[in-house]
Design a protein around this ligand. Structure first.
Ligand code: PRX
Length: 635
């Protein structure tokens, strides 16, 4: 098929140039040749970044599940769609064929309908990495309900905030989840969250760990008996191209989480096209992305992108360290995985274990290695390349965001020569720009600035749920007529991009975006705390870890500081989740502030990273004297 599968560098440049010169023709061709439409579009693209308003394939009608499931039935009915690998290696894996997936999604969709869910309703999915997670996502899409998946490691408070923000009338969950040796009481967390969510009418509960849980009469229902009763035929709702497909929350530097809204047609076209090319996926390959479906990586590259291509996608319930650090490699060998997509934080954790557990397994099936979520440092890149890929599987360092829906900058394996720590070239259709502090574009190579995108691509998020103003303010106001990513980047002498990290107050810990404000708000709830500031500092496994500076109300607080530290982390766990816990907590007398009262995080960041020689001018601070005190007491 023309343009659909790029096979060499010259072809990349050729297709790339076409996608930039004639974006509408280019995407129209991709859309036309590869997908199932109930009705084709009237217009390929309509956009205005100043409003901002972006519409792709306007007037088209479709259902994404017909593209991900139904149209494969004739040729791939018996092919494995989802390969479920449980937490416990002794439990058998489950192969769900496209035909079975069709039945299970339809049954689930009928259960949703019977429980009052209609097109446009929001459904919160708080389910661990078991087949019901992918199936419930697809079931929502089948009937046009908008799914809002919340990562099942978030706390009850974080869950409640997300349910209320998007007004979900239903929550889908499980009795509990397995995580290595541990079990987690998911239903208990949901019960707690729902104490402050009056909007929720129904809770569907999947059985996973067979724990004793409370079921609230009239609200909570076991899922399986309903599925058993449901018909395996459910007509797909016909959706408009720009109807919302899902909401997914991401942290901002301030305020509450942002519910990014992705719509149907553009998201489908872009995730499918990027999946095919970025992973060089071929029929009969087994593809595995280790992310959780609770994040965008899982939405786009466990569920929608792979299934739209009729691929076999592995869904792994467990963790890389259970029963030992060889688990990933055991799974690669067992299922003969061809494409393996993970995060730098996992690579660093595994690298710490040496290579003994790698050498035990046959990894010769691997053809492509992917990395996502944060910059991959040189050491981790080489370890991955040498030991996992045996220097024969290209590493694709894929840069993108919840907001972008799909991969934006990446090498195409076997096409783009790789360079450690560089995400390399823009993907087809993507027009990056680097800006200086004055908002002028830096032209040419060997420049470094703020990373923007100049032109819309099909899977850009269209708005923030319920707050279009914030969408405009966050992404389209820093640089006129550009989407601003929040990241810094450099472009080297040949035009390769290297992402240098966030330029705002978002800190990426183990690949998870964390805003400083919500964590500080949580800490400040501790009765002994007057004020706090969070910064990131380098960590050899997590990439960045969190360092908190905490001012106590009573400087002479007699209580044990270690106990206070535990209590502070406990509050953070309750408000956000364990991923946001602080590695270091320093109790200090004050925080360096500008004369207008703004905390100078730049200074705190340097002190936390032990770079105290080069703090810059501190004399203009409101309170320069606190700086020495903080340095003297740093951890
Ligand atoms: O800072 C960039 C970093 O992760 C941010 C987006 O996070 P999230 O919305 O959670 O999506 C993560 C998965 C797509 C970006 O703004 N990031 C993501 N991938 C990379 C990266 N930084 C460097 N290199 C990457 N490959």
């Amino acid at each position: 098929m023309s343009n659909y599968h790029i096979k060499h560098l010259e072809e990349y440049y050729q297709v790339y140039r076409k996608s930039i010169r004639e974006p509408e023709n280019f995407w129209e061709e991709v859309a036309e040749e590869h997908f199932l439409w109930r009705k084709k579009w009237d217009k390929v693209l309509d956009w205005d970044f100043s409003k901002p308003e972006i519409k792709w394939f306007e007037g088209a009608k479709l259902n994404i599940t017909e593209n991900c499931i139904d149209r494969h039935l004739a040729t791939r009915g018996d092919k494995t769609a989802i390969l479920f690998e449980p937490n416990d290696p002794k439990e058998p894996s489950e192969h769900i064929t496209y035909r079975q997936l069709h039945q299970r999604v339809n049954q689930f969709a009928n259960v949703l309908k019977e429980n009052g869910v209609k097109k446009g309703d929001r459904v919160c999915i708080y389910v661990p990495m078991i087949p019901e997670l992918a199936i419930s996502v697809l079931a929502c899409a089948r009937i046009g309900a908008i799914h809002s998946v919340v990562f099942a490691g978030f706390s009850s408070t974080a869950l409640a905030t997300r349910i209320n923000d998007s007004g979900c009338k239903m929550v889908i969950t499980a009795d509990g989840s397995y995580r290595g040796k541990k079990t987690i009481d998911l239903k208990g967390i949901v019960d707690e969250a729902l104490e402050s969510c009056a909007v929720v009418e129904t809770v569907l509960v999947a059985k996973r760990i067979h724990s004793e849980i409370k079921m609230k009469a009239g609200r909570d229902k076991w899922l399986q008996p309903l599925l058993d009763e449901a018909s395996a035929e459910c007509k797909a709702e016909v959706m408009d191209a720009e109807d919302p497909l899902f909401i997914l929350y991401t942290s901002g530097s301030t305020g509450k989480p942002k519910g990014m809204v992705h719509t149907t047609a553009g998201y489908m076209v872009y995730t499918a096209y990027t999946f095919k090319n970025a992973f060089q996926y071929k029929e009969n390959d087994v593809y595995w992305c280790t992310a959780d479906i609770g994040w965008i990586t899982g939405h786009s590259y466990i569920v929608y992108g792979p299934l739209a291509n009729g691929a076999t996608t592995v869904l792994f319930e467990g963790v890389p360290s259970y029963p030992d650090f060889g688990r990933f490699w055991e799974i690669v060998e067992k299922h003969k995985v061809n494409q393996f997509y993970t995060a730098p934080t996992a690579i660093r954790a595994l690298a710490k274990q040496g290579t003994e557990l790698i050498d035990k397994y046959d990894l010769s099936s691997l053809k492509v290695l992917g990395s996502v979520g944060e910059p991959i440092n040189e050491e981790a890149w080489h370890w991955y390349n040498d030991n996992v890929g045996k220097k024969k599987s290209p590493i694709i360092d894929t840069w993108w965001q919840t907001e972008t829906g799909g991969i934006m900058i990446t090498p195409i394996p076997y096409v783009t020569p790789t360079k450690p720590t560089y995400a390399s070239l823009p993907f087809i259709g993507i027009q990056p720009a680097l800006m200086d502090e004055n908002g002028d574009e830096l032209k040419g190579n060997q420049v470094e600035g703020r990373l923007c995108i100049k032109f819309p691509w099909p899977s850009i998020a269209r708005t923030i749920w319920g707050n279009h103003e914030r969408y405009k303010e966050t992404y389209f106001s820093a640089f006129a007529n550009n989407y601003f990513t929040g990241d810094g980047a450099l472009r080297d002498e040949v035009g390769y991009y290297r992402i240098t990290g966030r330029v705002d107050d978002v800190i990426i810990v183990s690949g998870h975006n964390l805003g400083t404000a919500p964590i500080e708000d949580a800490i400040n709830e501790h009765p002994a705390v007057a004020e706090s500031a969070i910064v990131g500092f380098p960590h050899d496994v997590k990439g960045s870890a969190l360092y908190g500076y905490v001012i106590l109300k009573d400087a002479g607080e007699s209580r044990n500081h270690d106990n206070l530290r535990k209590e502070i982390n406990q509050i953070i766990t309750e408000h956000i989740g364990p991923i946001a816990k602080l590695d270091k907590i320093q109790f200090s007398e004050g925080l360096p502030k500008t004369r207008s009262g703004k905390i100078m995080r730049r200074i705190l960041r340097k002190i936390a990273s032990n770079e105290i020689e080069n703090l810059g001018d501190t004399s203009t601070l409101l309170n320069p004297e606190v700086v020495q005190n903080i340095i003297d007491n740093r951890l």
